[in-house]
Design a protein around this ligand. Structure first.
Ligand code: FAD
Length: 302
């Protein structure tokens, strides 16, 4: 069996693997796709000490760094369950079972898509999901934010300080964001809020050129020309495969303590699949390191 088995090969998992392996304990990483969300990222400018890089390039260096150590990398395997017996058993979709004394869950998250024409085609060509990451790319431009919940309105307020104009599109007749956020939003001069509208299409060939939406009460279809669309309708943690013995937030994020431990002894978690309030590469890496050190502490005590 492994001493530490990490599920997920994104920034959190890679960092956990390096920290664990440096303790001289038997470490494995099982992941569906090494690199995680970083593989879908075009430019990264907030990974501190690296002024600018590209996602696939960072993912390759993550893998290279992990391979410097004696870590078993089990790639392209999807995990479907976790069971406790003498060891912790991690069940793979292909029927295999991996046994370990401790497990670090680092399965990340995925942005919920709006599912309209143009969204997939124009990803990274004006369609964005992370205002902290991509906001500065739209300096002086007109952008839309889809979603009027807390994350959408926070994004709109954030973006309004950088871009020329922000149009918020909310499907429901009212915004769902907290009142303080709404008040702040409505105080800004360069924001338009459209409520009760359904996004129909994100237009553009090579780059986003606009957004088409329908006013739900009149069914009138309208188009606004703009250069960017931020989709903010939720970040879904990849934790569906874990049963009710795990404590999760109402969004499905694993609840961890300051050592990265979940409520299940010997099972730790790190990165975007946890209740960490901010989902970023550098933050995931930090929490991966914490979880590995937490797991090591657990192992020497049990
Ligand atoms: P992830 O990167 O999501 O990795 C999860 C890992 O788990 C993957 O290897 C995946 O294959 C694996 N996995 C999931 N489920 C299973 C399963 N059931 N079985 C096996 N393996 C599984 N952050 C920044 O700091 N700067 C940026 O500029 C930036 N830009 C971004 C742009 C885009 C388009 C996106 C989508 C995100 C961006 N982010 C950025 C956010 C950043 O990518 C994430 O915060 C970070 O990748 C989270 O790391 P993680 O290791 O927790 O999870």
């Amino acid at each position: 069996p492994f001493d530490v088995l990490i599920v997920g090969g994104g920034p959190a998992g890679a960092s956990a693997a390096i920290y664990a392996s440096r303790k001289g304990i038997r470490t494995g990483v099982v992941s569906e796709r090494f690199g995680g969300q970083v593989m879908d990222t075009l430019s990264i400018e907030n990974f501190i000490s690296v002024k600018s890089t590209e996602g696939p390039k960072l993912a390759a260096s993550l893998e290279e760094h992990v391979k410097e150590y004696d870590v078993d990398i089990i790639n392209q395997q999807r995990v479907k369950g976790l069971k406790k017996s003498d060891f912790i058993e991690v069940e793979l979709e292909n029927g295999g079972v991996l046994k370990s004394k401790s497990v670090i869950i680092a399965t990340g998250a995925r942005w919920r898509n709006v599912g309209v024409p143009g969204e997939q085609e124009l990803k990274n060509k004006g369609v964005a999901y992370c205002p902290h990451c991509d906001g500065p790319l739209f300096e002086g431009k007109h952008v839309a934010v889809i979603g009027g919940g807390n994350s959408g309105i926070e994004a709109a307020i954030d973006l309004a300080g950088i871009v020329k104009h922000v149009t918020v599109l909310e499907f429901m007749p009212e915004l769902k964001a907290d009142a303080v956020l709404q008040k702040r939003l409505y105080s800004l001069p360069n924001v338009t809020v459209l409520k009760n509208v359904q996004t129909k299409e994100i237009t553009g060939d090579d780059q986003v050129t606009g957004i088409t939406f329908m006013e739900r009460d009149t069914e009138e279809v309208k188009h606004v020309e703009l250069q960017g669309v931020f989709v903010q309708i939720g970040l879904v943690p990849n934790t569906e495969w874990l049963d009710d013995s795990f404590e999760k937030t109402r969004f499905g994020e694993l609840i961890i303590d300051k050592y990265g431990s979940t409520n299940v002894p010997g099972v730790f978690a790190a990165g975007d699949c946890t209740n960490s309030p901010y989902k970023q590469i550098i933050i995931s890496m930090g929490s991966g390191a914490t979880a590995a050190l937490g797991a090591f502490d657990y192992l020497i005590r049990s």
